[in-house]
Design a protein around this ligand. Structure first.
Ligand code: GDG
Length: 742
């Protein structure tokens, strides 16, 4: 830092010194010349005075013919060290008298030379000056008095003066440079401190930060401009070119070139299971995995997850790593092992019995146990260890996924302060009143504030989070820009609606044609070719509104009996968290209600509700989506919901109707769906009736519009927007670091 400052100052001082040298070079001879001329004029005047004073004596001596007395007078007068001698010349040029020391070069012939300066005849070799002074008595010129001055004294003085002047100029220059340096140093420090404070988002108004008052208005202006630029940049992103894997890869290879990406998620994307037929690799039913996997493929990073499969340990190397996808490796999966107790406390307990119902506000009471909380803290710390171990530099990009890791961002931030931590909260964030019932609300919020970016699906969830921060922790909030400053660190709270991978053309070319899929699915369930299918695909979770869906369907059959025997509800309910009582109770209840509806409206050859409570392979789901007439998404509260987007993507025939809960994040984007309140049974039954009766043209119109939205708002856009913001913030912190260095 010191060397840089010195170099900077030298760069500034060198030209200043040059300017001073030039001034001295030009001005000294001029000053010298001027002073000589002044001195010559002075001497001429002095000569005139001497001549005037002597004119009477000269006249008398001449009239008396006393030339000897005149010479004696001249000798006395010429004792002055500056007078070299005197001579008296007649008007005819004859020498009448002279002092002994008169230089040889001076004689009365000079009297004939015309004078340029009155009284001044000439300067001889620069060393003497001769003054000619006529002696006039009563108007009659009698003679000319030559007074010879010694100029060498003047030249010596001039040299002395030059020396003093030079010294003065050097002294002045040095003084000015010193003052300039001090002023520059002070203002540079002030500017740097000011700029740093602005970039840190502190502004210049922190009382403990030595404010620079003169910079305050400028700082405000600067910050405002920066924010406007950033906002404009983000707005531009909304309307720009479509996102696809190539664009995402380009972003990673250019703006984030060489930066390591580490994902932390509870769920692993590939589970190795031991079966009778050997080890089998299973893909979990998870919206998160569906969304994050394509990003990892594009950037070849490391995914850290809980190794939950029975054959997981057999598949990893000595560092608990395995390359995935199996057979065509594109990125690394790093498994973290948990004991059954840890899994029980952290995953089933705190995350799924506590945070899940707390954030979904789905009328299931959250359970908070001290032991679960302890396990949650310990497991978060374990995963933070894994992140630090996997990091190849001190500033990796860490993508933290979901409510299982609320404490991890602050833990990683503490050990890798320069890391860019992007946390995505896949579920809703409730209002502060609801969140406030959690005994560890402050710790959770502070943990999340270790993130560089905290992402939610919708602006409402983000706003709820900021209000929660406002209510429970000490932080400075810039509402307009979604920035929270806590513990000297900024977190950008923003919304990034998640989505799915839009299928490529070569992929859709391999799909079973719709007519064939319709026929296959109907045949598999013993339904006639014309039978209508309402489809539900969910994890078997109480937040998904499966019970409300059954009630709506039951109401449809009661209110519009023409559909009885014509339409069935085919519900896929993938097993999930079945270890928990709440889930077991819920799943039993669904089975009971299903049985009741089937008993009430079913008849031989007609099963109103077909409940498929088992895991399905992705290609099976695809066939179901393509075979359905209506897809039902009736979540009571859902961060986004990917099933509705998968349904839309599957319908390249532009047929099929989507009925969508207004409480799913997806309802914000998919306005062409039939939007319903799942708690309103009558409204839902009417929507089902409307969907079943919708003409193919009306279906096409809505589906085409929905497809356009999902194609554009795909998962690459979700990741791309987050990573673009990441790149922007990393650039910003690099500039900030450079400023700190200077
Ligand atoms: C969370 C948020 C948010 C379902 N059954 C099977 C199966 N699935 C797949 C679906 C879909 C995924 O699971 C479910 O995604 P969702 O988005 O509906 O919901 P969550 O799992 O609750 O996910 C949610 C999501 O995170 C992403 O941020 O949208 O709001 O709650 O992809 O197709 N997949 C397979 N077999 C099944 O039986 N293979």
């Amino acid at each position: 830092m010191r060397i840089k400052t010195l170099r900077l100052q030298l760069r500034f001082l060198a030209p200043l010194a040059l300017v001073f040298a030039a001034v001295a070079y030009v001005s000294l001879p001029l000053i010298d010349n001027l002073m000589l001329r002044w001195a010559a004029r002075d001497l001429a005047l002095r000569g005139t005075l001497v001549a005037n004073a002597m004119s009477d004596s000269v006249a008398r001596s001449l009239s008396e013919g006393d030339l000897a007395g005149l010479t004696a007078l001249f000798e006395r007068t010429a004792t002055d060290e500056r007078l070299l001698g005197m001579a008296l010349c007649g008007t005819d040029g004859a020498l009448l008298s002279q002092t002994a020391r008169l230089p040889e070069s001076v004689d009365c012939a000079l009297v004939q030379t015309p004078a340029e300066t009155p009284g001044l005849l000439s300067l001889h070799s620069g060393a003497v000056q001769v003054g000619r002074h006529p002696i006039v008595v009563e108007g009659v010129p009698l003679a000319d008095l030559l007074v010879v001055h010694d100029m060498s004294i003047l030249q010596r003085r001039s040299a002395d003066t030059q020396g003093y002047l030079l010294l003065l100029l050097v002294g002045l220059g040095a003084l000015m440079s010193l003052i300039t340096m001090v002023v520059a140093q002070l203002s540079w420090r002030g500017w740097v401190a000011g700029a740093r404070a602005i970039l840190r988002g502190e502004g210049l108004i922190r009382p403990f930060d030595r404010p620079v008052p003169e910079l305050a208005p400028l700082a405000e202006e600067l910050r405002e401009r920066l924010r406007e630029l950033e906002d404009g940049y983000r707005r531009l992103q909304v309307a720009d070119a479509p996102w696809d894997p190539a664009r995402l890869r380009a972003l990673l290879n250019t703006q984030l070139r060489g930066d390591q990406v580490i994902v932390v998620a509870n769920r692993e994307p590939y589970i190795h299971e031991r079966t009778d037929a050997g080890v089998r690799v299973r893909r979990p039913a998870s919206g998160l995995v569906t969304a994050v996997e394509p990003v990892m493929r594009a950037c070849s990073g490391t995914w850290i997850a809980h190794g939950s499969g029975s054959a997981d340990r057999d598949a990893v190397d000595a560092h608990d790593r395995v390359s995935v996808p199996p057979g065509q490796p594109e990125y690394t999966l790093r498994r973290v092992w948990l004991t059954p107790e840890e899994e029980q406390g952290y995953y089933y307990g705190f995350a799924n019995e506590g945070l899940w119902p707390l954030c979904h506000v789905a009328h299931v009471r959250p359970v908070f146990r001290e032991s679960d909380w302890r396990a949650y803290c310990e497991v978060n710390a374990r995963f933070a260890d894994a992140v630090v171990a996997e990091a190849k530099s001190d500033d990796p990009i860490v993508l933290v996924q979901d409510y299982h890791f609320a404490l991890l961002p602050a833990m990683v931030r503490e050990r890798l302060p320069r890391a860019t931590i992007i946390t995505f909260w896949h579920i809703p964030w409730p209002n502060p009143e609801s969140f406030g019932i959690c005994p560890w609300r402050e710790a959770l919020v502070e943990g999340l504030l270790g993130s560089t970016i905290l992402g939610f699906h919708t602006p409402t969830h983000g706003r709820n989070f900021i209000e929660t921060v406002d209510r429970f922790v000490e932080a400075r909030i810039e509402h307009e820009h979604g920035i929270v400053r806590h513990a000297g660190h900024d977190t950008l709270v923003a919304n990034y609606p998640i989505s799915i991978r839009w299928p490529a053309q070569q992929e859709t070319a391999g799909w079973t044609p719709v007519a064939e899929a319709r026929a296959n699915v109907r045949q598999a369930h013993g339904l006639s070719a014309q039978h209508r299918i309402l489809l539900g695909v969910d994890r078997f979770d109480y937040t998904k509104g499966i019970l409300e869906r059954l009630h709506a369907f039951e109401r449809l059959l009661a209110k519009y009996p023409e559909w009885v025997g014509e339409v069935s509800l085919l519900q896929v309910a993938a097993p999930t968290r079945s270890e928990l009582d709440e889930y077991q109770d819920f799943q039993h209840r669904i089975h009971r209600v299903t049985a009741r509806i089937n008993a009430r409206h079913g008849r031989p050859g007609y099963v109103p509700v077909i409940l498929l409570a088992q895991h399905h392979e992705p290609h099976q789901l695809l066939d179901l989506y393509r075979a359905a007439d209506v897809c039902l998404v009736t979540s009571l509260h859902d961060g986004m919901n990917l099933v509705c987007k998968e349904f839309v993507a599957a319908r390249d025939d532009e047929q099929g109707v989507l009925v969508l809960s207004r409480f799913a994040g997806a309802a914000r984007e998919l306005a062409e769906a039939l939007i319903v309140n799942p708690y309103h049974v009558e409204e839902c039954a009417d929507a089902l009736h409307q969907a079943l009766g919708m003409s193919p043209d009306a279906q096409r119109e809505r589906m085409a519009s929905l497809r356009m939205v999902v194609r554009e708002h795909n998962v690459y856009r979700w990741a791309g927007r987050m990573l673009s913001d990441t790149a922007r913030l990393r650039l910003r912190s690099r500039i900030e670091a450079r400023l700190k260095e200077s």
